[in-house]
Design a protein around this ligand. Sequence first.
Ligand SMILES: [Zn+2]
Length: 78
Amino acid sequence: MSTKTLKEEHRDRISEAAAAIADWPALWRDLLKLHVAGADGRCRGCLSAVRMAPRSPCHIAAMASHAAVIFQERALRN
Ligand SMILES: [Zn+2]
C-alpha cells in the first residue's frame, strides 16, 4: 500500500510527464505560451465552454515549466 498522499502522487505524475517531454522543447515552449494567466488569474489555455478554467499556473503549465528545467539541466550535463 502506498503511503503517498494524493497530492504527492499527482506531483509525481507531473514530474514523470515533464521528464518525458523535456527533450521536446517545441512542445513545452508551445504549452508555456498557451497556458498563461488571464486578467482573472485563470489559465487562458484551459478555457472550456463547460467548466471554469483552473487558476494559473495550471497542471499543464506546471509540467511544461518543469520540463524546461529538466531540459536545461540535461543541456548543462552534456
Ligand atoms: Zn492551462
